[in-house]
Design a protein around this ligand. Structure first.
Ligand SMILES: [Fe+2]
Length: 203
């Protein structure tokens, strides 16, 4: 008897690695620390023991190339998922500087189609992975009798951080970041993206 599985309603995390990451990141790194120097307190959201900038990168010229790549990634994903053509993709982005001991509590991002993170500088493997929680909340009612994780049985998936890598995922997918157990800052840029038609309905 042949039994075939079929995935229904899959939750995707899209990933890419920038080819020019070395030069691109060394440039970004300076701007990230300069931003913190201007606003040493930052904002407090899901971040524990870490510094987070205001969501202002989309307005800053020194982050112009990163902003463009965020939009390009999400346009490509939207295209792959047959989003309407001619949508305008808007985003907000912010810097995270997470020193040793910093982490992010589990959270999600409301009111956006995509969220993501791009890694600028870190010390792998102990700097803390981003992890995603199973969005099939009703499945939490019953633990499955297995010690090995499969796509079907997993409750949490950890994705390794890497300099020059971006992860993009639906804003509703719950995620957190492990404690940075390395001896260096983990520096990343996070973003939310919303795609809307050029002509918005006016009430
Ligand atoms: Fe997040």
């Amino acid at each position: 008897m042949e039994i075939k599985p079929q995935a229904l309603f899959p939750s995707y995390v899209w990933s890419t690695l920038f080819n020019d990451r070395k030069e691109f990141n060394s440039n970004l790194l300076k701007h990230c620390y300069a931003l913190r120097d201007k606003d040493p307190v930052g904002v407090r959201k899901s971040n524990g023991n870490g510094w987070q900038s205001d969501s202002i990168l989309q307005n800053l010229d020194e982050f112009k190339d990163m902003n463009l790549r965020i939009i390009q990634m999400c346009q490509a994903i939207g295209h792959s998922q047959l989003f309407e053509p001619n949508l305008i993709y808007r985003h907000q982005a912010w810097v995270n500087i997470s020193p040793p001991g910093a982490y992010n509590k589990v959270h999600y991002h409301a009111n956006c189609h995509f969220s993501g993170v791009y890694y600028i500088s870190l010390k792998a493997p102990d700097c803390g992975s981003i992890y995603f929680r199973d969005p099939r909340v009703v499945s939490r009612m019953l633990t499955l009798p297995t010690n090995q994780q499969t796509d079907f049985t997993s409750e949490e998936v950890h994705m390794p951080p890497e300099e020059g890598r971006a992860y993009v995922f639906p804003g509703w997918l719950e995620h957190g970041v492990e404690v940075n157990n390395s001896d260096q800052d983990r520096i990343s840029i996070s973003f939310n993206v919303f795609a809307a038609s050029a002509v918005s309905p006016v009430g």
